[in-house]
Design a protein around this ligand. Structure first.
Ligand SMILES: [Zn+2]
Length: 498
């Protein structure tokens, strides 16, 4: 779809992240409700009973500050909680405890890259609040059976397990201009959260949720257009599609010289469309006021510095170090730092082998080992299998040291994956050592020549490709225990002599 005017999209993101604390934000209920029966992780506080007093979860505050430090935010000494008032059945108290004008973290941002083009997405703030209960809409008439008006009367069930779970919200400035940049930002943020260990950041499980604000303006114009908030996107693919759909929809409205309504729209996954939900609220609609049941938060600089010492090496730094220290390519370092565990596995494996073999270790981890892990699950790591860094290192050493060929290496790896036996023992037991005895290889070459007179005639007649066929036959005879170059040498020795 083309538009008559060239517009620039302006995108800001609000990401809600459930924190992986032990208990909920303001009570002692177990935070991990996933897979639990509805309403089994609840108490008087998170059920919003009158007169119950909240208590601040210090781990949630620490996790939020840690995230702020990783993203270069400022941590103001004074912060506080506020009541955000709105009537909705998922809020049992009638208000949500959130942070309004004094969030825990201010500013900061993160570097992203799309198609080799780097940019910086500024953060406005990161604040802490409580998650709401979950409404489960039912449309089946609830066992009423026949009768009824046939008007599809639905009802909603309420599960309060999620209510009161610590929720961290990161709000960006409107610094992104394409759906690809938005997804790059979210992927990077998710990776950092997982490195920090503050959240599973799993979109499917709802522990990483994103709303997007998007407006269009004629290219070159400073002033922002009317802002539309898009909700209900449950995957990176959905976010990409929703933003692209919205850019086309708004372009068409502007092309027709109409005005885009400032509103909230929901994304429908089945059609890829967005539909109007309600006109967008302004902050004053929520009648924010300081939470009277909680004291203001005082964060001493010493506490911030203590948390700073707990920061792990972050993905960008690790990637740069892998390239420098182990001489890996950009792509190899990127793949190996996609999770902290994978990066640790690589370093541990490289540590078992010789320094100059780190690249070979990386190569095997990314290629054949990853293929085997995928048999376990899409995101399996080495420690979920019988393989250990010591296995991989021994295998690489056997190949790099010339004891076995790469073809045999694949076979040994598969066997080790099945049994957990060490590679050297497998090579010994199965007789997979490389055929490097000239006599033995020569004998096999002679037999292959004897058995394939047509290929030999072709070769002598100048058909170079015939040698490849013969090499293949030698490899087959040795079950991959010879390498193609030695096989070719042995064949040539015989062919050129006779
Ligand atoms: Zn509770």
């Amino acid at each position: 779809m083309t538009t008559k005017t060239d517009y620039e999209a302006v995108i800001g993101l609000e990401t809600h992240v459930q924190l992986k604390t032990r208990s909920k934000m303001f009570c002692r209920c177990d935070r991990d409700y996933f897979d639990a029966e509805p309403n089994t992780h609840v108490c008087a506080v998170c059920l919003g009973m009158p007169g119950m007093l909240p208590v601040i979860n210090e781990q949630a505050v620490a996790f939020t500050i840690l995230t702020g430090l990783a993203l270069g935010c400022e941590i103001p000494q004074h912060s506080k909680f506020d009541r955000k008032n709105y009537p909705y059945p998922d809020l049992l108290k009638g208000y949500q405890i959130s942070q309004f004008d004094q969030p825990l973290c201010v500013g900061g941002g993160l570097d992203i890259e799309v198609d080799g083009e780097a940019s910086f997405v500024r953060l406005e703030r990161i604040h802490l609040e409580e998650d709401t209960a979950r409404l489960l809409h039912r449309d089946d008439g609830g066992g009423g059976g026949s009768g009824g008006s046939g008007g599809g009367q639905g009802y909603s069930l309420l599960d309060v397990n999620r209510g009161g779970v610590p929720l961290m919200e990161a709000v960006t400035q409107p610094d992104m201009h394409s759906s690809a940049q938005a997804v790059a930002y979210l992927r990077k943020l998710r990776l950092i959260l997982r490195y920090l260990g503050v959240s599973d950041a799993d979109m499917e499980k709802g522990s990483f949720r994103c709303d997007a604000n998007i407006s269009l303006r004629p290219r070159g114009q400073e002033e922002l257009g009317a802002k539309v908030e898009v909700k209900n996107m449950n995957s990176f693919r959905a976010i990409q599609r929703a933003l692209e759909t919205e850019i086309v929809r708004q372009s068409e409205i502007l092309d027709a010289r109409d005005t885009v309504a400032q509103e909230t729209r929901g994304y429908i996954d089945a059609t890829g469309e967005t539909v109007s939900q309600r006109s967008k609220e302004e902050a004053h609609d929520y009648r924010y006021f300081p939470e009277p049941d909680l004291p203001p938060l005082l964060t001493e600089p010493a506490v911030v510095e203590e948390l700073r010492t707990q920061l792990p090496e972050l993905p960008d730094a690790k990637r740069a170090r892998f390239q420098e220290q182990y001489r890996l390519s950009t792509e190899e370092s990127r793949v190996l730092t996609e999770s902290r565990r994978r990066a640790d596995t690589f370093e541990e494996t490289a540590g078992h082998s010789q320094p100059e073999r780190a690249r070979a270790v990386a190569h095997w981890l990314i290629g054949d080992v990853t293929a085997l892990l995928h048999q376990v699950s899409a995101d399996a790591e080495l420690d979920q299998t019988k393989l250990t860094p010591a296995h991989i290192a021994e295998l690489v050493d056997l190949m790099e040291g010339g004891t076995i060929t790469a073809a045999s290496g694949k076979e040994v790896l598969a066997a080790a994956f099945e049994s957990g036996e060490m590679p050297a023992a497998i090579v010994e037991a199965q007789g997979l050592g490389r055929v490097d005895d000239e006599g033995e290889l020569g004998g096999i070459a002679a037999a292959v020549i004897e058995a394939n007179p047509k290929a030999v005639t072709d070769y002598r007649g100048g058909k170079e490709s015939a040698i490849k066929f013969l090499v293949g036959q030698v490899m087959r005879e040795t079950r991959g225990r010879s390498d193609p170059n030695s096989a070719a040498d042995a064949l040539h020795a015989h062919l050129d002599a006779s």
